[in-house]
Ligand binder design. Structure first.
Ligand SMILES: [Zn+2]
Length: 278
């Protein structure tokens, strides 16, 4: 094998990339289009929503916050628009205004909460979306049971050279366990208030748009993706964007237990070069 590189990431699970695996690939014959079926939507079934409504917001067509019934997590809320969206709207999270409303609701809920919370949203089946009515999860993560070698995720990625862009107090860098993954780190520790929510929405929208432009598959689909944000004391610690550009093989699943590296289909440098048109 020639010229592969190894990187140990926060959490201790390393990645390997390079060698003969270079250059982004856009063939995703395994990706399915999103099928929205409002007639069978569990989030529009008034009976199943009974007693679960926590808050209601008028903005952008109306949004509600409900409790999640099936979860091992404490304080697991779902934040969602009132109705199912088209697959085109899903793939952009509804555009800037709707991302902003969702994040403002998060800011509102987090204001009195000092503890850790995670925000997750999935678009497309390969990214983990199993109900096609858009919904953000906001939950208290499980207690950590293992100590890990290094957990300063934000510090690790803040010093990365693979910078995609900086916008409104956030730096976006390419890196992580998956090809195409990006980390969003705040450049200053400001509270996640309404204006910070707007800033983060702008950053997310720009990333989603870049990936839709540059990583639409040869079959014509923009990538499925997930977004995850970690908050502590009402501040963003970091966020990440994960487009689903490849599938994991046996070597990746065994790596989680064996301490061997997760193998990337191409190096993060190639993702960055492709996104920036170099
Ligand atoms: Zn629906």
């Amino acid at each position: 094998m020639s010229e592969f590189s190894l990187e140990v990431l926060p959490g201790g699970i390393p990645t390997m990339s390079g060698g003969t695996r270079r250059g982004v690939k856009l063939d995703r014959s395994w990706q399915s289009d999103i099928i929205v079926n409002p007639g069978r939507c569990p989030f529009e079934d008034e009976e199943s929503l009974e007693g679960r409504l926590i808050r209601f917001y008028q903005e952008e067509g109306g949004w509600r916050v409900i409790t999640n019934q099936f979860t091992p997590y404490h304080n697991h809320l779902l934040i969602m628009p009132m109705t199912c969206w088209s697959k085109e709207d899903l793939r952009t999270l509804g555009g800037l205004n709707k991302i902003t409303v969702a994040l403002r609701i998060v800011s509102d809920i987090l204001a009195p909460i000092a503890g850790e919370r995670w925000l997750n949203v999935y678009v497309g089946a390969t990214a983990g979306q199993n109900v096609t009515h858009l919904h953000y999860h906001l939950l208290e993560p499980a207690q950590r049971i293992l100590s890990r070698p290094e957990r300063d995720v934000a510090g690790h990625f803040a010093s990365s050279l693979l910078v995609l862009f900086e916008l409104e107090g956030f730096r976006v860098v390419v890196g992580g366990h998956r090809a195409g993954q990006c980390f969003i780190v705040p450049l200053e520790g400001r509270p996640f208030d309404q204006s910070a929510a707007e800033s983060l929405a702008g950053v997310l929208q720009r990333i989603i748009r870049m990936f839709a432009e540059k990583f639409t598959s040869s079959q014509g689909l923009p990538p499925d993706f997930q977004i995850n944000v970690k908050f502590i004391k009402g501040r963003v610690v970091y966020a990440c964007f994960i487009p689903i550009l490849n599938n994991w093989g046996g070597t990746e699943y065994l790596a989680l237990m064996e301490g061997t590296p997760i193998t990337l289909p191409w190096p993060h440098e190639d993702t960055l070069g492709h996104l920036l048109g170099r």
